[in-house]
Design a protein around this ligand. Structure first.
Ligand code: ADP
Length: 149
């Protein structure tokens, strides 16, 4: 059976930190489905469709990566995609408790296992929200975005 993982997030925008998680997750799974979630509580810069298209361009040549938008629970997306795993990045202790609670719930409700990868130190301070804020003030954020995005 194919080992499929969902990599869920808002990805507004998709940063070099996200790209690093995908790259490091690829040897672990047969397929990674990047799930662009519609998170009502977060201020969005780009529409989910724009985000899916931009991320899709990055992985156009990689048949192991697909990008989809979704607006229900990650476990529902996992069921639709036949995925038994959720891939997430862990930057700090701040991420930890949140990730643990969600991971426990996803396991309990759907038997979906969460695989956490520690962020590489050079990416640990990069967040989409900080990049968005810099963009709002017209700063050059190209260092934080994958090259061909
Ligand atoms: P969410 O709204 O679900 O937190 P994000 O788009 O902010 O969505 O993040 C998606 C996933 O990528 C999360 O697991 C998050 O911890 C991880 N992530 C975010 N930024 C980085 C980074 N700089 N390095 C590694 N992982 C990251």
């Amino acid at each position: 059976m194919k080992k499929i993982a969902i990599f869920p997030g808002s990805f507004d925008p998709f940063t070099v930190g996200h790209a690093s998680i995908v790259e490091r997750g690829l040897p672990l799974f047969d397929e990674i489905v990047i799930g662009v979630g519609v998170n009502e509580s977060k201020r969005a810069h780009r529409t989910p469709t724009q985000r899916v298209e931009a991320i899709g361009r990055l992985y156009a040549d990689n048949p192991k990566v697909r990008v989809v938008a979704y607006n229900d629970l990650t476990i529902d997306l996992a069921r639709r995609e036949g995925a038994k795993y959720i891939l997430r990045g862990l930057r700090s202790v701040k991420d930890f408790e949140y990730e643990r609670d969600i991971a426990n719930m996803n396991d309990r409700l759907a038997g979906v296992e969460t695989i956490l990868l520690f962020t590489k130190p050079e990416f640990s301070s990069i967040s989409s929200s900080v990049v968005r804020e810099l963009m709002d003030f017209g700063k050059d954020v190209s260092d934080f975005l994958p090259h061909n995005s």
